[in-house]
Design a protein around this ligand. Sequence first.
Ligand code: PSU
Ligand code: MN
Length: 314
Amino acid sequence: MFPQEWAMSDEVRQALHNRQAVVALESTLIAHGLPYPVNQETALEAEEVIRAAGAVPATIAVLAGVPTVGLSPAQIAELARREQVRKASRRDLAAVIALQQTAATTVAATMALAAAAGIRVFATGGIGGAHRDAEPFDISADVVELARTPVFTICTGAKSLLHLPRTLEILETLGVPVLGYQTETFPAFYVGDPVPTLPVSARVETPQQAAAIFATHVRLGGGGALLAQACPAELAIPQVEFDAWLAQATHQAQVQGIGGPRLTPFLLARIAEASGGRTLQANRALIVANARLAAEVAVALTAQAAELRNPGRF
Ligand code: PSU
Ligand code: MN
């Protein structure tokens, strides 16, 4: 529970009270990851498929200092349209709340707020991770939050612009299970070619198996876990095409001196331009697919919720 004021939609409050399946959704991909109006359309479509699969969506952000769990369609529209929304990762949460600011939440920050609200399942596009260059040194707080916060995150791996082998190693070091949904390999976001050198820690075939592993991990005192599935095949981008766009975008970032939290949104926007919108289409499709899978996992998990509420009984 939060020590200060926070807001929860009636729908989410009711669902949590009745111990029904709830799926958290992040807001950084709305404010920074996708351009208007694709961001708004994607956010609403993700909510729609979660409801269709029998769960309740809870899009999370901080609005004028109030952590808000279950944004209304109007609040999503506002976040989608507004320029210059702050991006809050884990370290920023206390400041934006205490200083009564509005911020979109990253994977790390969304996990923290979801856990505080009692939500165990979370859908996103790709997690943050270790960036490719040694300089500037940059590892996302997402991997640390995954290590400590018991929220099951459903994603398409990590963004293709990251150093994926290093990201996977860090997750292993931190003890985070990386499950592949009907796949042996950790997906590279919308890049379709499977990378044999990126094995997942376990392959699962069904939402029930995934839920059982997450519940067991939590019973063992573990933090978060990842469930990764490949980008829908018909929209996936070939590796060589992506590499060319990334090289171009990275060069632009260097020339313009873009770094820190601004780097990811900048690179994603340049790559979307260079691909003529193909990465946007793929990005949208994979987020919606993850929302659907997350809802199925959340429903499967409600059957195991009693165990989750009584950790330490393993
Ligand atoms: N993947 C995307 N679009 C995004 C992000 C990831 O395709 O906008 C966001 C997520 O919110 C993720 C964040 O948590 O980028 C990571 O940012 P950083 O590397 O600054 O921690
Ligand atoms: Mn970073």
